[in-house]
Design a protein around this ligand. Structure first.
Ligand code: GDP
Length: 362
């Protein structure tokens, strides 16, 4: 299987799809992201997964070890999933790539007890407008009265083990959500009944608390990406890196740095880059590319490790001079063999679009 993966990389390269998590406040976005990170660490043992700054990469082998029978890794040639760690639709709207959404795909989290709420509707509107494919995570299934949790199990397995009454109660709540999706113009069903995820929204019952349904969620995201996003994931991995700033932060010993998601090409140490700033494009040079140590090792002390280069799609902390005015949501572009003025112009154009779209957002 390894040589198969190498062949694909040589043929141009498929990048990791970028996933955003949206939903109403308190419906469990943060908990779900934490659970995915936590479960992935357990499943992959230490070092198999790295928590990046502002994003978390979950490689395919980790997904398949978590998902057990649900995933046959040979069905996939996409390398895994990259989750943007900052949940919420504000971050979804400000994080863009070439004018579109930075996220390729989204998880809309809905509390099974609460159903659709104002921010659920706002999220739906944004997903519609940006034409972002999404699935619904119907969260907190463990709160159905009488539910007996089965930690980390696929949801259909766990559901089967519940009493008829509990199963009936859950189904009722899930159908309510399916009805609300339908009221908003989406044909939806339980994910295991959905054949065509392009025209139907799959609803995945989950618990961010017990991890039930998380294997299903990852499997469905992987399947959906593989089936419908594969063409968009084809990139020139060796080309000049292109990314989006998630956050501008101070890192001890490095001054002001930007946490970015690279969604095309490769960025390397010493590359000349152009970054969107408050007063226009900033031209600077990469001093260091930093990643946190594997999650299992950073519980006591946060420490970065330096890497020589980062290929899309991946998260990285970029240390470079003159980043004080860099802006969250702004583009980062590697100059490489091109004329720097050309790249400055590209960044200026993207910044102009960025201002218009954030103004629209209110
Ligand atoms: P966010 O505002 O959407 O990020 O929601 P949080 O992740 O902060 O969750 C809000 C509250 O719901 C917290 O107290 C969580 O512990 C709780 N919560 C989230 N997911 C679940 C779940 O699946 N089951 C239960 N029982 N509680 C949950």
């Amino acid at each position: 299987p390894d040589s198969h993966a190498d062949d694909d990389a040589d043929a141009g390269g498929l990048r990791t799809p970028i996933v955003a998590v949206l939903g109403h406040v308190d419906h469990g976005k943060t908990s779900l992201l934490d659970k995915i990170r936590g479960s992935a660490v357990t499943a992959g043992e230490s070092g198999a997964i790295t928590q990046h700054i502002g994003s978390t990469a979950v490689p395919l082998d980790v997904i398949s070890s978590m998902a057990g029978d649900l995933v046959d890794p040979t069905d996939f040639d996409l390398p895994g999933l990259l989750f943007i760690d900052t949940p919420g639709h504000h971050s979804f709207s400000t994080l863009r790539s070439r004018g579109g959404a930075l996220a390729d795909i989204a998880i809309l989290v809905v509390d099974v007890n609460d159903g659709f709420q104002p921010q659920t509707m706002e999220a739906i509107d944004i997903l519609k407008r940006t034409q972002t494919p999404f699935i619904v995570a119907a969260n907190k299934i463990d709160t159905v009265p009488g539910w007996n949790p089965n930690e980390g199990e696929p949801v259909r397995v766990s559901k089967e083990k519940q009493s008829d009454r509990v199963q009936g109660d859950l189904d009722e709540k899930l159908y309510e959500i399916i009805g609300q999706l339908s009221d908003n113009g989406f044909s939806a069903d339980m994910y295991w009944r959905v054949q065509d995820f392009q025209n139907n929204i799959g609803v995945v019952p989950v618990s961010a608390e017990t991890g039930e349904g998380v294997p299903d969620l990852l499997t469905v995201m992987m399947g959906l990406s593989q089936r419908y996003l594969k063409e968009e994931m084809s990139i020139d991995v060796g080309g000049p890196g292109v990314g989006t700033v998630l956050e501008v932060t101070d890192a001890r010993g490095f001054g002001t740095t930007v946490d970015a998601v690279v969604y095309d090409g490769t960025i390397s140490e010493d590359d000349e880059i152009v970054v969107g700033g408050l007063d226009g494009p900033i031209v600077t040079e990469v001093r260091a590319l930093l990643k946190p140590q594997p999650l299992a090792e950073i519980r006591t002390e946060k420490q970065f490790e330096r890497v020589e280069s980062v290929a899309a799609a991946d998260g990285v902390k970029i240390a470079a001079p003159d980043l004080d005015d860099a802006m969250a949501g702004a583009p980062v572009r590697v100059v490489r063999d091109r004329d720097v003025d050309e790249v400055i112009l590209e960044v200026e154009e993207e910044l102009a679009g960025f201002e218009v779209s954030t103004a629209e957002e209110g």
